[in-house]
Write a protein of this length. Structure first.
Length: 270
């Protein structure tokens, strides 16, 4: 369970990236975060692994709060998949997947490439499970296609059997077919291990298809929290364009009042 407890983040320039966010994400849920550019999606994800420190409030995983004392341990329980893959291009595919062990092994061991044979076997197995045959193991990561690089990113993320995977726009630079394949791989890997996934997306159709739950953010606030079925086109427009909403009584769906009429360049229905 990830618990965001009244989390706010104000940057020194006065930007409020998160405003009093309180949500609970149960273990094993595939939770998609949607919202216009600048809404605070990446900031929200980064508070879970301590890359961004909240100005107010706290984030905890299974009751353990992210703080300097717990950060090292929590980092082993939280992995990240990035939009631009974040592989070391000059390193081999195998080396990049083994880098997923870094939070748990000494830097010296990692630098010297001293990984346990069990870890190497695990890396091979994970690569196979994301569709990369053994002949890719010694290839230079930078030579792979975007879709192949993200497969390596997924294998790396699951190296330490994390409880939480943060995926920040993991398919933003991939074509629609590969995007679906990549999200399917993340979903399958997560379901096998009961891993919680917090995934920001800009593709509404994919959010509806893959999310167990959609969290809609706007100007640092959670303005929608519900199932894909409840995320109607009307609510989609409200999220991206802003609208006056009445509070809905059912607690599955939470739409807050939006006062901004600012439009965005996001692909929403007319
Ligand atoms: N390091 C930083 N310093 C100052 N402001 C920042 C910093 N990082 C993010 N912000 C601001 O915080 C707000 C939220 O940014 P964030 O990156 O979380 O948005 P996002 O929803 O992920 O957007 P996108 O869809 O474009 O990735 C934005 O106004 C952004 O400019
Ligand atoms: Mg972002």
């Amino acid at each position: 369970m990830i618990h965001f407890n009244s989390v706010s983040k104000a940057w020194p320039d006065g930007t409020h990236a998160l405003r009093n966010v309180s949500i609970e994400i149960p273990r094993g849920q595939f939770c998609v975060v949607l919202g216009p550019s600048g809404a605070g999606k990446s900031t929200l994800l980064r508070t879970v692994n301590g890359l961004t420190k909240p100005t107010h409030g706290s984030v905890s995983i299974d009751g353990v709060q992210m703080c300097p004392a717990s950060e090292k341990v929590l980092r082993q329980r939280v992995a990240m998949i990035h939009q631009h893959f974040n592989l070391t291009n000059r390193m081999t595919v195998a080396g990049n997947v083994l880098a997923g062990m870094l939070p748990a092994v000494s830097t010296m061991r990692a630098l010297l490439g001293w990984f346990h044979p069990e870890h190497r076997a695990r890396a091979c197995k994970l690569l196979e499970s994301v569709g990369l045959a053994p002949n890719h193991l010694q290839r230079r990561a930078g030579d792979l296609s975007g879709g192949q690089q993200q497969r390596v990113g997924i294998a790396r993320a699951f190296m330490l059997d994390p409880e939480v995977v943060l995926a920040d726009e993991p398919v933003a630079s991939l074509d629609p077919k590969i995007s679906r394949d990549i999200l399917t791989l993340i979903r399958v890997a997560a379901r096998e291990r009961n891993t919680t996934v917090l995934c920001s997306l800009h593709q509404i159709d994919l959010a509806r298809e893959f999310g167990d739950r959609i969290i809609g953010m706007r100007e640092g606030e959670v303005v929608f929290d519900g199932t894909p079925a409840a995320f109607t086109d009307e609510r989609l427009r409200a999220l991206y364009h802003g609208a006056q909403w009445e509070e809905k009584p059912d607690h599955d769906i939470r739409i807050r009042h939006q006062h901004s009429t600012q439009t965005s360049a996001e692909p929403v229905p007319a």
